[in-house]
Design a protein around this ligand. Structure first.
Ligand code: GH3
Ligand code: MG
Ligand code: MG
Ligand code: MG
Length: 317
């Protein structure tokens, strides 16, 4: 009953969350200039449920990371020609945060300072050779576990529970960095605030649960349209949403908001025998990069107020 695209978007989000939080098969990259060392480690891990990639040098490792965005853990040798494990660790850290890729160093060196050097460069763990297979297995699985905890915490911290959209805090963080980008690189972007019309009537007439379903429907509609235009959206709170229409003129921003408004108007929330429909009002303001985010939001809010004043189910800019 929901708009097909909207359902797809939400399914995609749910699928992605499941993929990153409960991934059953983690991908591990083993980096060592010695093939027999790589195979020995792969052999130890063969009974675990991992997908194993191998690289014979640092450059190959970086290429493998670029080619497979699901690699969660790199186990790297220290001594390798061209690029050693410490340099590789630095290069990985420059491109991927620790919540995306974990790194474990491994070496047969007798230098007791290697472990600290690698950990300072961004590795999370280190094992000296000869290692005990069981210990390596444990360190790998505990690193993978830590990673999924980190991802889960991040998800809980930045998402709204009812809709799965970014919450207010995440939106502010992301919008601040977009604002900084606009200041540095120029370009044009707009902010829009959307508020469901006469939402209290839905709550009063059908109950809070149905009200929640209406909020979810509107969230899906907003996400579906904005995902198509690769723009950021969030639930600001209650039945209010915010849209950041980046890299477009104000006319284009209005067109995207019109698409959102129409999608909501046409959507239906089935409730017993009734097909519930709602509308929404949207206020849009061209972002002034030199103004604080709050001021920009206030400008959009004033336009929203005008849209309500002028009769709702419309856009004011
Ligand atoms: P207007 O057209 O002027 O926006 O009228 P309105 O009735 O929508 O007024 P307003 O925006 O002030 O109403 C917000 C209502 O949303 C009040 C609050 O009870 C309800 N609300 C806020 N958060 C939630 C929620 O998470 N679930 C439900 N069901 N209702 C919520
Ligand atoms: Mg070596
Ligand atoms: Mg409101
Ligand atoms: Mg409202």
């Amino acid at each position: 009953y929901f708009i097909k695209d909207a359902q797809d978007t939400v399914d995609h989000i749910i699928h992605t969350i499941q993929r990153i939080t409960d991934a059953t098969v983690a991908s591990i990259l083993i980096v060592d200039d010695s093939e027999s060392a790589r195979l020995a480690l792969a052999d130890i891990l063969s009974l675990q449920n991992y997908r194993i990639h191998q690289a014979g040098c640092g450059e190959e490792a970086l290429a493998a990371l670029r080619a497979h965005d699901d690699i969660q853990l790199v186990v790297t040798d220290f001594h390798m020609p061209d690029m050693d494990g410490q340099e590789l660790t630095r290069r990985i850290r420059a491109a991927y945060p620790p919540e995306q890729v974990r790194i474990i160093g491994i070496s047969a060196s007798s230098d007791p300072f290697l472990s600290a050097a690698l950990i300072k460069a961004g590795a999370s763990d280190f094992v000296y050779r000869p290692y005990i297979a069981e210990e390596v297995k444990c360190r790998i699985s505990s690193n993978i576990e830590t990673l999924s905890h980190m991802r889960r915490l991040r998800f809980l911290a930045e998402r709204d529970f009812l809709t799965g959209m970014y919450n207010r805090r995440a939106f502010f963080e992301k919008a601040q960095s977009q604002l900084a980008r606009l200041r540095k690189q120029g370009g044009s972007a707009s902010l829009a605030i959307l508020d469901i019309d006469h939402f209290k009537k839905v709550n009063d007439g059908y109950g809070h649960d149905v009200g929640d379903q209406v909020i979810q429907m509107v969230a899906k509609a907003v996400q579906a349209v904005l995902a198509r235009h690769k723009c950021l959206s969030a639930r600001l709170g209650g039945e209010e949403f915010v849209l950041l229409l980046a890299d477009m003129t104000s006319d284009e921003a209005v067109a995207v908001c019109e698409e959102v408004r129409r999608t909501i108007e046409e959507a239906v929330v089935p409730h017993n025998a009734v097909k519930l429909r709602v509308t929404a009002s949207i206020g849009i303001a061209l972002i002034q990069p030199d103004e604080a985010l709050d001021n920009n939001l206030n400008a959009a809010d004033q336009m929203l107020y005008m849209a309500k004043e002028q009769g709702r189910n419309r856009i004011c800019t």
